[in-house]
Design a protein around this ligand. Structure first.
Ligand SMILES: Nc1ncnc2c1ncn2[C@@H]1O[C@H](COP(=O)(O)OP(=O)(O)OP(=O)(O)O)[C@@H](O)[C@H]1O
Ligand SMILES: [Mg+2]
Length: 275
C-alpha cells in the first residue's frame, strides 16, 4: 500500500476523474471527469438540476449503476478501490461501511415485514447476532432516530408510520452497522418543509455524535446550506464549482451557481403535519 500524506490521512472517500457513460458518443456521458474528496465528520453537498448526474455519481460509489453504464476513473474508499471490487465485495461494503438513504422510504421498505425486523435484518446481514441481540440493536437504533416507544413500534409495519417517521426508520437502517460513510440521495425531497427540517436536524446531530462522513445529494440549495460543510455544483455531469459552503454561498465564482442561488425558491409554503 502507498504511504498517505497527513493531509490525506483522514480522507474517507477520494473520487478522481470519475466518468459514467451509457454509450460511446460524447452525449452518452452523464458524469464527466469528476474529482472530489470527503473527510470523516464532514458533509459534502452535491447540488445540481434534474439530470445533472447526481444520482449516477452516488450509484457509481455504491456499485449500483445500471449494468449498461460504464464507469471509469477512481473511487477510493479507505484503502479500497471501489471501481475494482466484485459485486460480492461491494455487497459486503454496502449497508456495513457505507449506509444509504434514498428519497422514497416506501419503495425501499418491504411492506410485508415489520420495521423492527427490517432494521434487525440490516444488522444481521453484516454481523453475527441472534435475533434477540439484533432486536436489541434495532431498538437502540430506533431510539437514536427519536422514534418514541421503540419497543412497541418495532412490531409495526411501514404503512403504520408517517412519511417523516419512515425516513427515520431508513436512517436507523443506514446507521445500524455504524458505517463510515452515509450516502443520502434527496432524503428529504418527498417530505413537507417542517418534517424536512426535523430530518435534516436529526442527520446533522447524528453526524456530530458519530463522526460519519456524509455525501448529501439534493437539487435544493436551501437544504444544502443547512447541512453541508463543502459543496459541489454539477451541471450536465460536470463540476461547475466546488468549495466550502461558505465560499460557494457567499461568493459563488461560477455564473451557473449564481443562477441556481437566484432561482432557489423561498420555502414558506410549508404545511404543518407534525409527524
Ligand atoms: N439507463 C440510462 N440510460 C441512459 N441514460 C440514463 C440512464 N439512466 C439515467 N440516464 C441519464 O443520466 C443523466 C443523469 O441522471 P441522474 O439520475 O444522475 O440525474 P440526477 O442529477 O440525479 O437528477 P434528479 O435530480 O432528477 O434525480 C440524465 O440525463 C439521465 O437521463
Ligand atoms: Mg437523482
Amino acid at each position: 500500500m502507498n504511504a498517505v500524506s497527513t493531509a490525506e490521512a483522514d480522507e474517507l472517500l477520494c473520487v478522481t476523474g470519475l466518468s459514467v457513460a451509457f454509450g460511446p458518443e460524447p452525449t452518452d456521458v452523464v458524469v464527466d471527469d469528476l474529482s472530489f474528496s470527503l473527510r470523516a465528520g464532514r458533509t459534502l453537498g452535491v447540488v445540481g438540476e434534474s439530470g445533472s448526474g447526481k444520482s449516477m455519481t452516488s450509484l457509481a460509489i455504491m456499485g449500483l449503476l445500471p449494468p449498461e453504464a460504464i464507469a471509469s476513473g477512481s473511487i477510493r474508499f479507505g484503502d479500497q478501490e471501489l471501481l475494482q471490487q466484485s459485486d460480492r465485495q461491494l455487497r459486503a461494503i454496502r449497508g456495513d461501511r457505507i449506509g444509504m438513504i434514498f428519497q422514497d422510504p416506501l419503495s425501499s421498505l418491504n411492506p410485508y415485514y415489520t420495521v423492527g425486523f427490517q432494521i434487525a435484518e440490516a444488522y444481521r446481514a453484516h454481523r453475527q447476532a441472534t435475533s434477540a441481540q439484533a432486536k436489541k440493536v434495532a431498538v437502540e437504533a430506533m431510539e437514536r432516530v427519536s422514534i418514541r416507544e421503540p419497543q412497541r413500534r418495532f412490531d409495526h409495519y411501514p404503512h403504520q408510520f408517517s412519511g417523516g417517521m419512515r425516513q427515520r426508520i431508513m436512517i436507523a437502517m443506514a446507521l445500524v452497522c455504524e458505517p463510515d460513510l452515509i450516502i443520502a440521495d434527496e432524503p428529504t425531497t418527498a417530505l413537507d418543509v417542517t418534517v424536512q427540517a426535523q430530518i435534516l436536524r436529526l442527520l446533522t446531530d447524528l453526524q456530530r455524535d458519530t463522526g460519519v462522513g456524509m455525501l448529501f445529494i439534493t437539487h435544493d440549495l436551501a437544504v444544502v446550506s443547512e447541512v453541508a460543510h463543502d459543496v459541489l455544483v454539477l451541471r450536465d455531469g460536470r463540476q461547475m464549482e466546488a468549495g466550502t459552503a461558505e465560499q460557494v454561498f457567499s461568493q459563488p465564482r461560477d455564473a451557473y451557481t449564481r443562477h441556481l442561488l437566484d432561482a432557489t425558491p423561498r420555502i414558506d409554503e410549508a404545511e404543518e403535519d407534525g409527524s
